[in-house]
Design a protein around this ligand. Structure first.
Ligand code: DQA
Length: 147
């Protein structure tokens, strides 16, 4: 059993980047916390970050081929990437969309997500905790796309 947590552009700078919006936690700290939960459950965690759209597409494809679920914070590609939506559509696995910030409380250009229509669900606005909640939802096996 494995879970993929995929992070998009600029999330490598978490902790230093606009902390008033995204909080103080670094991506490494989030990875460590999720890693501890997965370890207790005997689940492998593939935690990745890239600033390149194609990397995210490839990783979604890989998770799909393996039939392993994905927690995806696509960063700004959330609002722009048809390629990512297509990858998720083609992947035979569930994807939970996460955001640290509540994108609907922010600029208009963040209100549209190419990921949401093809995600099982969306968790946003809880800072780093959004990731923990997404993992919790996955591990609980919740939702209509449960297979
Ligand atoms: C984000 C929200 C996006 O709008 C933004 O481009 C990000 C981070 C979030 O986690 O709140 O890079 O995905």
């Amino acid at each position: 059993q494995a879970v993929h947590v995929l992070n998009g552009p600029n999330l490598n700078l978490l902790g230093a980047r606009e902390p008033e919006i995204y909080g103080d936690a670094t991506l490494a700290a989030i990875e460590a916390r999720l890693g501890a939960v997965c370890k207790r459950r005997g689940i492998a965690l593939h935690f990745r970050q890239s600033n390149h759209e194609g990397d995210l597409v490839t990783w979604v494809q890989e998770a799909g081929l393996a039939g392993e679920p994905v927690i995806l914070n696509a960063g700004a590609y959330t609002h722009t990437s048809v390629a990512l939506q297509d990858a998720i559509k083609g992947a035979r696995t569930k994807v939970i969309e996460v955001h640290l910030s509540n994108v609907h409380a922010r600029e208009r250009f963040r209100h549209h997500s190419f990921v949401s229509p093809v995600a099982q669900g969306v968790i946003q606005g809880f800072g780093a905790l959004s990731y923990d909640l997404a993992l919790e939802a996955l591990l609980a096996g919740a939702g209509p796309s449960e297979s």
